[in-house]
Ligand binder design. Structure first.
Ligand code: NAI
Length: 326
């Protein structure tokens, strides 16, 4: 058995937390030989609920759980953390404008950024799930100047997985037969799921689906999938979001398979002309615990227009919280 690693999860008593923690504890995220110490964060009114979740984790008698603790103080939760999953966020309340939501979350994510800057492992890997995920990751990153900027990522893996499922259904294939699909940009309705370079069972996706299906069905379905789940279930996607968070952290840590790639929102280094510093979703391959943007993909006019639209939205989000970015 390896030495235990510390995994911090915020919003631990929430819907996603209730699925995510048990998957981490059973080894789905870091492998069956990696013990974990779970360090949970919640707000004070949810501390009773988080105690209940901890009782259930105890009751699972997971062989890989080497420690379990909860706090309402980020400095305690992030102490020596090797992995931080930022799930807790303020939901949009009645009458709240997008700008109010950005500001409310900016306050949370700047305080959490400062806390991880002070106490987390210097090699920490951070994933923002709570919305607006990309901009929340940006805020945390700017408030943690002593940590590597590349440690800060946001989740577009759920969008990536949704796109895989839609394309598999349409082409009568299985998700495992699809490679090289990309989600570009923001985890929002402006995201651009792109099959230009995708291969389905060895065939170019473009030979199997037509442009009108892509424009009228595939792209809007993936972009609006979150809203469709809320309409059907009465609650937002939780188990699928947790599963995507597991996929994101596992691939980042243990590597992507073969020549395939995945979508991760990461600090832009200017690749593909995207404004440097934005937390933008790119196609990435992961090796030895590091991600690298897949370079050299040809971008046609259709793709460029959509990549720019989602970039523009991220610029606007960044500018709305500029006064909170040190
Ligand atoms: P939820 O409302 O069930 O749980 C959120 C939990 O976070 C609550 O228990 C709350 O007490 C806690 N929380 C709030 N502020 C906190 C803080 N400052 N520190 C620690 N904990 C805090 O929500 P759910 O369904 O678990 O979703 C969590 C977030 O994930 C939401 O922002 C949601 O929009 C987002 N999400 C993101 C997805 C993505 O693909 N990036 C997909 C699905 C959801």
């Amino acid at each position: 058995m390896k030495t235990p690693v510390r995994v911090a999860v915020t919003g631990a008593a929430g819907q996603i937390g209730y699925s995510l923690l048990f998957r981490i504890a059973s080894g789905d995220m870091l492998g069956p030989d990696q013990p974990v110490i779970l360090q949970l964060l919640e707000v004070p009114p949810a501390m009773d609920a988080v105690q209940g979740v901890m009782m259930e984790i105890d009751d699972c008698a997971f062989p890989l759980v080497a420690g379990l603790q909860a706090s309402d103080k980020p400095e305690e939760t992030f102490q020596d953390a090797d992995y931080i999953l930022l799930v807790g966020a303020k939901p949009r309340g009645p009458g709240m404008e997008r700008k109010d939501l950005l500001e409310a979350n900016a306050a949370i994510f700047s305080a959490q950024g400062q806390a991880m800057n002070a106490v987390a492992s210097r090699d920490v890997r951070v994933l923002a799930v709570g919305n607006p995920a990309n901009t929340n990751a940006l805020i945390a990153r700017h408030n943690a100047p002593d940590l590597d900027p590349r440690s800060f990522t946001a989740m577009t893996r759920l969008d990536h997985n949704r796109a895989l499922a839609q394309l598999a259904n349409r082409t009568g294939s299985h998700v495992t037969g699809i490679e090289r699909l990309t989600v570009w940009g923001n985890h929002s309705a402006t995201q651009y799921p792109d099959v230009t370079h995708a291969v389905v069972d060895g065939k170019a996706a473009g030979e199997l689906v037509d442009q009108s299906w892509l424009e009228e069905s595939f792209i809007p379905t993936v972009q609006q999938r979150g809203a469709a789940i809320i309409k059907a279930r009465g609650q937002s996607s939780a188990a699928s979001a947790a599963s995507a968070a597991i996929d994101h952290m596992r691939d980042w840590t243990l590597g992507t398979s073969g020549d395939d790639w995945v979508s991760m929102a990461i600090p832009s280094d200017g690749s593909y002309g995207i404004t440097e510093g934005l937390i933008y979703s790119f196609p990435v391959r992961c090796v030895d615990g590091r991600y690298e943007i897949v370079q050299g993909l040809e971008i046609d006019a259709f793709s460029r227009e959509r990549m720019s639209a989602t970039e523009q939205e991220l610029i606007e989000e960044r500018d709305a919280v500029k006064h909170l970015l040190p």
